[in-house]
Write a protein that binds this ligand. Structure first.
Ligand SMILES: Cc1cc2nc3c(=O)[nH]c(=O)nc-3n(C[C@H](O)[C@H](O)[C@H](O)COP(=O)(O)O)c2cc1C
Length: 207
């Protein structure tokens, strides 16, 4: 397979329109679309081909409520580090679309996976988590090509997530993803639009 400039342009266009989404329509995502997302995860690289990602599809209403409560209390604690105008700005941010998003995926990393037989991760076991993060990014980009938005929620207590979802202790909580059709498209990250954090250019560091 030889790619060309059109492919580069298409990918850069996709990357520039990928957003972290917190405003969702409640329209469900069809099963065939969800299968395509699973395909995208399948194609991710992983250290030693260990494939340590574990995706839990959270559909049960009571479990979703527990996750939402967990987010609410974690977010209230997170706000404690701010004061005055910054605190007011923080409290005005919408930092999750947990209530509206039709599809919820809790993502864990198995810390002792059989696959891969330890290859590549002896000195840097954290590469297992990196592998899971790349799988999430695969899903994020594939979703965007289907006009499905992804919102990553990290304002959660990781250990409590293991017990809420009844998964093994050696599955490290890595991220909670809300998926659905966005209420609007945006070229700029929401945190930049809300003046929380303006874009800062990335430069190479030369040595
Ligand atoms: C590891 C990770 C965790 C994140 N956690 C949250 C979160 O808890 N709540 C939230 O609103 N956004 C979260 N985000 C989204 C970022 O705020 C967002 O990526 C950033 O502001 C840039 O915006 P963009 O993704 O639209 O380009 C997270 C993103 C990453 C990569």
């Amino acid at each position: 397979m030889k790619f060309n400039q059109n492919d580069t342009d298409a990918l850069l266009n996709l990357l520039s329109w990928r957003r972290d989404v917190r405003h969702f329509q409640t329209t469900p995502i069809a099963d065939d679309q969800i299968d395509l997302l699973l395909n995208a995860i399948e194609l991710a690289p992983s250290v030693g081909n260990s494939r340590p990602w574990r995706f839990v599809r959270v559909g049960n209403d009571d479990l979703r409520k527990s996750v939402y409560q967990n987010f609410k209390s974690s977010n209230a604690s997170a706000a404690d580090v701010y004061s005055d105008e910054e605190l007011e700005n923080y409290n005005n941010l919408k930092l999750a679309g947990l209530k509206e998003a039709p599809l919820h995926l809790a993502v864990f990393t198995e810390l002792n996976p059989e696959l891969g037989k330890g290859l590549g991760r002896q000195t840097m076991p954290e590469t297992l988590i990196y592998s899971t993060v790349i799988a999430i990014h695969n899903l994020w980009l594939a979703a965007r090509t289907m006009n499905i938005g992804v919102g990553w929620v990290s304002i959660l207590n990781p250990n409590e997530l293991n017990s809420i979802l009844d998964v093994p202790d050696d599955w490290q909580f890595t991220g909670y993803l809300c998926l659905g059709y966005p209420k609007f498209d945006a070229k700029e990250p929401e945190l930049h639009q809300t003046s929380w954090q303006k874009n800062v250019k990335t430069n190479w560091i030369e040595r």
